[in-house]
Design a protein around this ligand. Structure first.
Ligand code: PEP
Length: 252
């Protein structure tokens, strides 16, 4: 931790029903989460639940979408444009999540186009990177995140970097219960920060929040958050339970 406000995002993925979300939001509203200026907490429901969450969740929670299209609107059946999110008063969007990359097949280039459009619309972006298990085994973890960072930095203008949070989410750790050790996560976060220092600027590297995702729980968040380059978390499974999620929000 130590670069900007500690950041915790809850990615609800393709989960929820009206009733389930009513209950979860009720529990989150009464959960003991930090309300100070130093922590930023975001929840990301599905598109169809954004409106419900927006009308029921209270400060300090903010809302993110899990994806958006790379054009503001138009003939793109089944997609949602960033303008529509902005119109709903949604200020954040997750882009490049590993499930979008590896299950749905989005490329670095397409993710870059989405990030560019989202930022130019005025949305803040949680941009995800991370290697697969096979890539780590082949000692390619650094080169994979470098390539993903290059595709991101290509589209982020220098004045927009404070609207971006990088989420390092090793694919082998997502939804597997196999959390990265604090050493492994710190090593990549530090590497990414050095990459940004070299390829973007020293100031951007200093201010950039790099958060970790992959089987984060109330049990392991504390020791990860102690590491100097881990500035928060993106949480999947544990974000669907108010108690553990609140504990993660209090972990720094
Ligand atoms: C995620 O999908 O962003 C994630 C980190 O999932 P989980 O916490 O369930 O591993």
């Amino acid at each position: 931790a130590g670069h900007g406000k500690f950041f915790v995002g809850g990615n609800w993925k393709c989960n929820g029903s009206t009733d389930m979300i009513k209950q979860l939001v009720g529990e989150l509203n009464s959960a003991d989460v930090p309300k100070d200026e130093n922590v930023e907490i975001i929840v990301a429901p599905t598109f169809v639940h954004l409106e419900q969450v927006k009308h029921s969740i209270q400060a300090p929670y903010q809302i993110a979408a899990q994806n958006c299209w790379h054009e503001p609107n138009g003939a793109y059946t089944g997609e949602v444009g960033p303008e529509m999110l902005k119109d709903l008063d949604v200020h954040w969007v997750i882009l490049g999540h590993s499930e979008r990359r590896h299950v749905i097949g989005e490329s670095d280039g397409h993710i870059g186009d989405k990030i560019k459009q989202a930022l130019s619309t005025g949305l803040k972006v949680i941009a995800c990177i991370g290697e697969t298990e096979a890539q780590r085994d082949a000692s390619e973890a650094f080169s994979v995140v470098d390539r993903q960072m290059a595709a991101i930095s290509k589209v982020v203008e220098s004045s927009q970097w404070d609207q971006v949070v990088i989420a390092y989410e090793p694919v082998w750790a997502i939804g597997t219960g196999k959390v990265a050790t604090p050493e492994i996560a710190q090593e990549i976060h530090h590497h990414v920060r050095e990459w940004v220092e070299g390829e973007v600027s020293k100031d951007v590297a200093k201010g950039l929040r790099i958060v970790y995702g992959g089987s984060v729980s109330d049990k392991n968040a504390g020791e990860l958050a102690e590491r100097p380059d881990i500035d928060g978390f993106l949480v999947g499974g544990a974000s669907l339970k108010a108690g553990p999620f609140a504990a993660i929000c209090n972990s720094h």
